[in-house]
Design a protein around this ligand. Structure first.
Ligand SMILES: Cc1cc2nc3c(=O)[nH]c(=O)nc-3n(C[C@H](O)[C@H](O)[C@H](O)COP(=O)(O)O)c2cc1C
Length: 190
């Protein structure tokens, strides 16, 4: 890869690595999935970026609609924007769902009991509710182990990064895409 492109690619990876910290502007990407023929977008928390296999990680409830969408079409897109650096990353990935396996257990054990509330709703997330003040299971905090069955980790292996930075004098844009030999890079017209 051309030296400057390679430097930009490494910066993208470093930026993603830092993004599991809530202090960074890349911590809350928007992810897109396909629901039949419609695009569905939502914000998630970026929980991790594994550099060894270029994998972005987020958590969700196994009953949430996005899970079936990802099962039907595992091509998930991520959108990151850092308003300070004026940098956008559009990432395409191939997703794998981890539910009731070693990987989901490893992540579940890291979650504090009070944060397991996100997986303690009586009914599926996104379903209609007649009793919204009681959407959680009763005494959920005493039984947080029960909600492991609702917890899912989604691993998203990067296949393409579209990087754009807005500069006062000149905008810059490049695309990095996976090949058998690793990532290749090319400049794009911004
Ligand atoms: C700041 C923020 C962070 C969020 N983080 C997550 C998350 O990590 N996982 C998740 O499933 N939903 C998260 N949500 C909620 C989703 O945006 C979305 O409303 C919900 O998951 C339902 O999506 P679905 O119906 O497409 O499955 C977050 C929302 C906000 C505003």
């Amino acid at each position: 890869m051309h030296q400057e492109l390679n430097q930009i690619f490494q910066n993208c990876l470093n930026h993603l690595k830092e993004a599991k910290s809530s202090k960074t502007n890349f911590h809350f990407p928007v992810i897109g999935s396909i629901n039949n023929n419609e695009v569905e977008l939502r914000t998630v928390v970026l929980r991790d970026f594994n550099e060894k296999n270029n994998t972005l990680v987020f958590y969700t409830d196994s009953r949430s609609p996005k899970i079936n969408q990802i099962k039907n079409n595992p091509t998930v897109s991520f959108l990151f924007y850092d308003g300070v650096l004026k940098e956008q990353l559009r990432i395409k990935s191939k997703s794998t769902i981890h539910h009731n396996d070693d990987i989901s257990l490893k992540h579940w054990e890291k979650i504090k009991p009070e944060n397991r509330r996100d997986y303690a709703s009586k009914n599926s997330p996104s379903s209609a509710s007649n009793d919204i003040s009681n959407y959680l299971e009763k005494n959920w905090i005493d039984n947080t182990g029960n909600y492991y069955q609702n917890f899912t980790v989604v691993y998203n292996e990067i296949v393409e990064i579209d990087w754009l930075v807005l500069n006062k004098d000149k905008n810059k844009r490049a695309r990095f895409f996976i090949q058998e030999s690793g990532f290749k890079g090319e400049w794009l017209v911004p």
